[in-house]
Write a protein that binds this ligand. Structure first.
Ligand code: NAD
Length: 452
């Protein structure tokens, strides 16, 4: 039996004991998860430094704070989330108990990605534990140092109920051959399709947190300096390797140069004259991605940056102007520190441009004009949207985070994760009283009975 098979079997056996159902068990596991993060903070920070050249502060801001917030929320709200949810009744059930009971699904497979390897792997786990499931966690092998730290999780959690399986594509494929009750995948759309195909063999439901090209429309009627400051932050954080980073800018030709100028000013403020020596500027995860991102620059006009150093997987924050829609850089998610500007003649053309492509994971619009914002929201679709800022919808745990169409399916964060990883059981509890009311539905079905 393979290690992957064994892990799934052990998790299922543990789940079938029923011990993950009581809420105090789940709360204890969530507290243990918090303890893991607390005790391993330095190990996590060191691993992130090695994987992505992230500072401890950035790890704290982008990975740990949100995760701790999710755990605290789940612990404080679990009783409310897990309670039966009464619903409206119809005339025939007026005297009965009618409610929705969230219940655990069983064994959940969580496959994480490498770009925020703690957050995207452990936030789904928070929901899986809260909902009373067993889980098999598969960290991304690409962020190998962080994966090593995640291997220590079973020392803190019930080691039978929560399994960690490390490894690469063959190990993931072996896991995907097993039967799960839910698969929660974060990664590229291409692999998302393989995950869904494998899940279909067992009729396993999936949550797919994927990526895509998230557009950013900058209207000429807006505070361009503030807009560019926010865009620069969201685009170049983690060296552009953020699933909801603004992938490209759409704007009218008249403001293109102003945008470049403002981004340049902000880059100086954030990373000084040499981003390569800035402790706050990350690196591309590996040489494979470095080569891929660098090749996207071919045929583009460099307005800012463009320098690179393969030995360090360093690519400078780069802005590309007058980019044309047929360029390679506009055909795939960039996932790196290149920001193309595509010019359009006004809002209608921007909307058309967005709608001619796959539905993005995020969409950004900067404008001081309410009608522009209203039209952009009404006439496009995306997983999420932030107006006059970037990334920030991700931080609101009451908002469902997820994609639509090619950017994914399902949603999570806060209570949404709990709901995503629960079965919502329809419950109708009747008594033996008032049998007379049922006459209308019993044969012989005469017209007179139906009228009664
Ligand atoms: P990755 O290469 O680390 O892959 C993710 C997981 O898929 C890993 O565990 C890996 O083992 C597994 N995998 C890879 N190839 C496989 C195959 N052929 N068969 C089975 N399993 C396989 O991560 P990635 O895909 O490079 O991640 C980047 C993508 O993830 C981007 O598109 C990004 O936008 C997206 N992303 C989305 C979110 C979100 O929340 N929606 C968050 C982070 C990243």
């Amino acid at each position: 039996m393979s290690r992957e098979q064994q892990a799934v079997q052990q998790a299922r056996k543990a789940f079938l004991t029923g011990r993950s159902k009581p809420l105090d068990y789940r709360i204890k596991q969530l507290q243990n998860l918090k303890q893991f993060i607390k005790e391993k903070t330095t190990d996590i920070a060191n691993a992130m430094r090695k994987d992505l050249h992230k500072t401890a502060n950035a790890t704290q801001l982008f990975e740990i704070l949100g995760l701790e917030g999710e755990i605290n929320l789940a612990v404080s709200k679990l009783a409310e989330w897990a309670a039966p949810r009464p619903v409206n009744k119809n005339l025939l059930t007026i005297a009965d108990d009618v409610y929705i009971q969230p219940e655990p699904l069983g064994v959940v497979l969580i496959i994480g990605a490498w770009n925020y390897p703690i957050a995207v792997t452990l936030q789904p786990l928070v929901g899986a534990i809260a909902a009373g499931n067993a889980a098999v966690v598969k960290p991304s092998e690409v962020s190998s140092h962080t994966a090593k730290v995640l291997e220590l999780l079973p020392l803190y959690l019930d080691p039978e109920m929560y399994q960690v399986v490390t490894g690469g594509v063959p190990e993931t494929q072996e896991l995907l051959r097993q039967r799960f009750d839910h698969i929660f995948y974060t990664g590229s759309s291409a692999v998302g399709k393989l995950v869904m195909e494998a899940a279909a063999r067992h009729l396993t439901p999936v949550t797919l947190e994927l990526g895509g090209k998230s557009p950013c429309y900058v209207d000429k009627n807006c505070d361009i300096a503030v807009a560019c400051r926010r865009i620069t932050w969201g685009k170049f954080a983690n060296c552009g390797q953020t699933c909801i980073a603004p992938d490209y800018i759409l704007c009218e030709p008249s403001i293109q140069d102003r945008i470049v100028e403002e981004i340049q000013k902000t880059l100086l403020e954030f990373y000084q004259t040499d981003p390569k020596s800035s402790p706050d500027y990350c690196r591309i995860i590996n040489t494979r991605h470095f080569d891929r991102v660098l090749a996207l620059m071919n045929e583009c006009t460099i307005a800012l940056g463009g320098e690179s150093d393969r030995s360090q997987c360093y690519i400078a924050p780069t802005v590309l102007k007058d980019v044309l829609p047929h360029f390679k850089i506009m055909q795939e998610e960039i996932f790196g520190p290149l920001l193309p500007i595509v010019t359009v003649n006004g809002l209608s053309e921007a909307i058309q441009f967005i709608n001619a492509r796959e539905k993005p994971l995020a969409l950004y619009v900067f404008s001081s004009d309410k009608t522009v914002i209203k039209r952009m929201l009404a006439e496009t679709s995306s997983g999420g949207v932030t107006v006059n800022d970037v990334l920030m919808h991700y931080t609101v745990d009451t908002l469902p985070f997820g994609g639509v169409g090619n950017s994914g399916m399902g949603r999570y964060h806060g209570k949404h994760t709990f709901d995503q990883l629960s079965h919502h059981r329809a419950c109708l509890i009747k008594s033996f009283a008032m049998e007379g009311l049922n006459d209308a539905r019993y044969p012989p079905l005469t017209a007179a009975r139906l009228r009664k």
